[in-house]
Structures are given as C-alpha cells and as structure tokens.
Design a protein. Structure first.
Length: 74
C-alpha cells in the first residue's frame, strides 16, 4: 500500500495508462471515489449507493472478491 497526495486533476486517467494489468488503485478526491485499472477509471460519488454498486459489479466482473473491493470501496 502506498499513500500519497497530489493536486493533479487528471491523476486517475494518467495512472490508468501506466498500471500493470491485474493491479488496481483506489483514491478519493473531495466526495468522489476512484477505482483505477489499466485503461479504466471507475468512479462514484461517496454516499451514492447506485453508483457504488455499479463500481462493485465491475470489480466482481474483473475477479476482485467482495471482501477486497468492499474494503477499498468503503
């Protein structure tokens, strides 16, 4: 796990271009949660159950177990 801060507004998109296949990152900016895969950026507004479930569904589709994605999408 790596913790950092950044003021780069397009960081999720930049990170998605360089992530290794099979890895993912999660981050938060203001009230938006980002889950980043190679060439894919998922996001949802914190507190929006519909958007969060869509992100969880995509994580499941990618083979990430609920216990891992639930922790990260908390």
């Amino acid at each position: 796990m790596i913790w950092f801060t950044s003021n780069t507004s397009d960081l999720p998109e930049r990170l998605s271009k360089v992530l290794i296949d099979g890895w993912f990152a999660d981050m938060k900016a203001d009230n938006i949660k980002y889950i980043i895969f190679k060439d894919v950026v998922l996001k949802y507004t914190i507190g929006n159950a519909v958007e969060k479930e869509a992100a969880l569904s995509e994580c499941r589709r990618r083979g990430i177990p609920d216990n891992e994605s639930s922790y990260h999408l908390g």
